[in-house]
Write a protein of this length. Sequence first.
Length: 204
Amino acid sequence: MAALLVLAVVSWLLFLRPERFEHAEGAGPLSSQTSSGSTSMYAPGKKPWTGTFGSYLLCSTTGEAITVEGIRIRTPVEPINVEQKLRKVSQKARSADPALTYLGGSLGAAPDLPDGRLPGSYQPFEPGVRIEQSCSDLDRSSAGFTELLFVLRVGDAGGLIDRVWVDYQVGGEEYTLRIEWQMIACGNSIPQVDGREVCDGTAE
């Protein structure tokens, strides 16, 4: 009888627990400062090759600290490997060098890019990382930032990430930020994206 009572209580608590709220950019506490669209990167002659995609600036729209629990990706064309890194640039470093900015995309694995080392401190993404940067601070040209980077290693097929989900907690509530920017490392298996060719020299 006691076991049945415990089971009933657990079931009731699970029923009362609110579901994780999934939202698009601009509709929740965590922002990546991106809209929808795509970035395509053309393959060099030598394969396999590596490219880094960035400009995902993680920040809090409410000013509250956010705990990131996990990052999930959808890969219609699966790369050989995908790494997620956090690049942090301090306000001090950016004030000293106004040209220091975000990475849209580049051949190579950040921080070691063909044009030299990309400034900033780096760490592999791990669950539990805290985002304390307020989005309102990013309006200042000298503001520091935390940038989420995706490092793709691909072969002849190429690689395509067309959706990213960032699971996080804030204020005891669970959320998921849905990022709809597509990352395209060109190759033989890349399809049309939204009805257009993205690896024929026409992609923006």
